[in-house]
Write a protein that binds this ligand. Sequence first.
Ligand code: DX5
Ligand code: ZN
Length: 223
Amino acid sequence: MKHLIAPSVLAADFSNLREATAMINLSEADWLHVDVMDGRFVPNISFGMDIVRTLHQLCEKPLDVHLMIVEPERYIERFREAGAEVITVHYEACPHLHRSIQQIKATGAKAGVALNPHTPISVLENVLEDIDLVCLMSVNPGFGGQKFIYQTLAKVRRLSARIEERNLPVLIEIDGGVGLQNAEVLLQAGARVLVAGSSVFKAEQPLDVISRMKSIGNNTFSY
Ligand code: DX5
Ligand code: ZN
């Protein structure tokens, strides 16, 4: 399967979401990644479901909603109603992860689980067949524009091998510090969804960056 590109709107100019989403609509991006932060699970607050709803009205691409919030089960239905197509919760925020996954699936959304950089992939052993996506955080969540934590690469490889062994249709998404400098190696390691915030929205030519990320692998290698 061709990999997916999910620019993160966190790095966009919030005073002009219409322009940011118009660029995404024109682009080769597959999804729009939407970071919801509560100031409790992570030390930053971004926005809630009203902004997600606005993004859904403006954006023609599926919304990939990354919930960096405590007790996400309280809000899953409301994010779905606001237009989320993929809903990702954090393993570290869900004591009843299996139930939270079922709750997401019951809304009709795709279910994702995110792991912080220090969390081993083994914690997903018993839910891997229940989910559509694993989001491996390659920065500590909370802020855009941070440096990629290189140990994540080995994690992508291990998780990819595990998914292949079990022959599961789970997508590996990588989130944080991703750009043209590391996209290819991440894809070779087994990543299938690249989240890119600053590297897209802070670029002079965001459409070109998206297109270059999307075309990695065309005629150069197979993965
Ligand atoms: C970090 C967020 C990321 C962030 C990525 O907590 O989950 O999605 O927007 O931003 P960059 O690509 O700038 O690291
Ligand atoms: Zn994110």
